[in-house]
Design a protein around this ligand. Structure first.
Ligand SMILES: [Zn+2]
Length: 300
């Protein structure tokens, strides 16, 4: 029962944090503060009433238009609110599925690790949605999101390593735990290796094509993903990102109407960070079984 309450609470909280994300995504590119100043219509400047700021409900009630100037309010607003709300609710539910002990308040080693990972995952998912939106809209992965993301990834690796070590020295030691503890410490290398790999691809691309294909923002994003998910899932995330990016780039080829208004589609830059973010969100839940399935299919 407690799992349902906490899941619903996380979903509602997610809607509110999705709403805050919208404020950041709208104001940061204009170099406005995301905390100072009341919300206002981007078109007529009128300050919004409290009931025009309710996530999801306000957009639906106003049918996506400003009450006074009738300027349309983009689809991005309700979509982002829904995305963060749904991801937070799903992540919370998933945490309880991973560690059924949590519902009974019985804090075993596994429950504690899953809980730490679950709480961190909520923060990561928020950062991923924010990066996906900002890269899609402005081809920009702000340092103020990727740098805290890297710090959080390292903190999580420390926590997992620390939990493993405390269990190992606190009596419940066995061989398996010892290797798990060692493995968790390798996650630091995961962050560095993931970022380094993308950095090499970036340099190769610049040498061959003579232009920037992968930005430094993507490199920092991969460092965050590597620290958070580990090497195997970071490689999987990169593969998903490349596949999604390729599919997206092929759309104008199969749909001529999509390129009619954009003559320079060959030079069009891809929001690679958006595809990496989607891949990372998938791997945050199913990365380990997906990677294991691929490795066994490939015969490793
Ligand atoms: Zn207006």
């Amino acid at each position: 029962m407690i799992a349902i309450y906490v899941t619903v609470f996380a979903g509602v909280l997610g809607l509110a944090f999705g709403s805050f994300l919208n404020v950041c995504a709208t104001r940061w590119p204009e170099e406005e503060s995301s905390v100072k100043g009341r919300s206002h219509c981007r078109s007529c400047g009128r300050t919004l009433a409290w009931w025009e700021n309710v996530p999801l409900a306000s957009w639906l009630a106003l049918r996506g238009h400003c009450r006074t100037c009738r300027a349309s309010i983009g689809w991005r607003y309700p979509l982002v609110e829904l995305a963060v709300g749904a991801l937070w609710a799903f992540s919370t539910w998933h945490t309880f599925l991973e560690a059924p002990d949590l519902s009974t308040g019985n804090f075993t080693y596994d429950a504690a690790t899953v809980l730490a990972t679950g709480i961190a995952r909520i923060a990561f998912l928020w950062i991923l949605v924010a990066l996906a939106v900002m890269d899609a809209e402005n081809l920009w992965l702000p340092d103020r999101l990727t740098i805290p993301g890297i710090a959080l990834g390292f903190a999580l690796a420390f926590t997992r390593g620390g939990l493993c070590a405390s269990m190992a020295f606190g009596g419940g030691f066995d061989e398996w735990r010892h290797y798990v503890a060692l493995w968790e410490f390798y996650w630091f290398i995961g962050a560095v290796a993931s970022a380094g790999g993308v950095l090499v691809i970036r340099l190769l691309y610049m040498m061959i094509r003579g232009q920037e294909g992968i930005g430094m923002g993507d490199v920092k994003l991969m460092a965050m993903i590597g620290g958070w998910l580990g090497v195997r899932c970071a490689v999987l995330t990169f593969a998903i990102g490349v596949i999604l990016g390729t599919l997206f780039a092929l759309v104008p080829l199969v749909l001529p109407s999509a390129r009619a208004g954009n003559q320079s589609w060959r030079q069009q830059k891809l929001p690679f960070g958006t595809f990496l973010s989607i891949g990372a969100a998938v791997c945050a839940f199913w990365g380990v079984p997906l990677a294991a399935a691929y490795l066994s299919w490939a015969g490793f």
